[in-house]
Design a protein around this ligand. Structure first.
Ligand SMILES: *[C@@H]1O[C@H](CO)[C@@H](O)[C@H](O)[C@H]1NC(C)=O
Ligand SMILES: *[C@@H]1O[C@H](CO)[C@@H](O)[C@H](O)[C@H]1NC(C)=O
Ligand SMILES: *[C@@H]1O[C@H](CO)[C@@H](O)[C@H](O)[C@H]1NC(C)=O
Length: 188
């Protein structure tokens, strides 16, 4: 009888703890509208192009840490760089700019030319102005199509998931100038 009473008391106090945890704001469920999410999730496909320039008056990318000397002429292992490169709607350099790609690259393979990439795409057009898409991953440059997972977004892209395919359209080995097409498949 007494043990039954104790058990009930224990159950009751566990219940009270759960309630009070929610009550104190530690955790609770929310109506999406209360944080400005009014739409059902949608799947969109964006296509952007970038024009990366390493040299001249206005480089868009800079290597900030050189490769380990042993890898200078092979995989550039150890080298790290940053970029702030315009994103355009078309593959031409003079095409309309709709945002920019800010981020970081690092050569992370001793045996082939692989990059670890971190991209923040900051968009500037219409309802996307001020919103960002963040994706990261492994980019083996020997492959025609590289796939990188979207880890999230801000603004209209809150709660985003998806992936990005990147394809190099042109590359000048002399200047390392290049044009890349980004196909963004984003669910948000
Ligand atoms: C390629 O790089 C050079 C700098 O070496 C730059 O002056 C030129 O504008 C770039 N070309 C293109 C098409 O972006
Ligand atoms: C690699 O490059 C660094 C400078 O970036 C240079 O000091 C070093 O001598 C180079 N090593 C080789 C093996 O070319
Ligand atoms: C984007 O937003 C910024 C800051 O609010 C504003 O200055 C800029 O004019 C906007 N750009 C476009 C293309 O709407």
């Amino acid at each position: 009888m007494a043990s039954h009473f104790l058990k009930s008391l224990l159950l009751l106090s566990t219940y009270a703890l759960t309630i009070s945890a929610e009550y104190t704001g530690f955790v609770g469920t929310l109506d999406p509208k209360s944080i400005g999410i009014h739409h059902k999730k949608t799947l969109s496909h964006f296509r952007f192009y970038w024009h990366e320039v390493f040299s001249g008056e206005n480089p868009t990318s800079v290597r900030i840490i050189p490769s380990l000397p042993k890898y200078n002429a092979t995989t550039t292992f150890g080298s790290v760089g940053i970029f702030d490169t315009p994103l355009t709607v078309g593959p031409e350099v003079y095409s309309k700019v709709v945002g920019k790609a800010e981020g970081l690259f690092a050569s992370t393979s001793q045996t082939q030319f692989d990059l670890l990439l971190i991209y923040n795409f900051a968009l500037t057009q219409g309802k996307y102005n001020g919103s960002t898409i963040t994706f990261t991953g492994r980019s083996p440059l020997s492959e025609k199509v590289r796939e990188l997972p979207i880890v999230g977004g801000s603004g209209v892209f809150k709660f985003a998931t998806g992936y990005v395919e990147s394809r190099t359209l042109s590359f000048d080995p002399q200047t390392r100038n290049n044009t890349v097409q980004f196909d963004v498949y984003i669910y948000y």
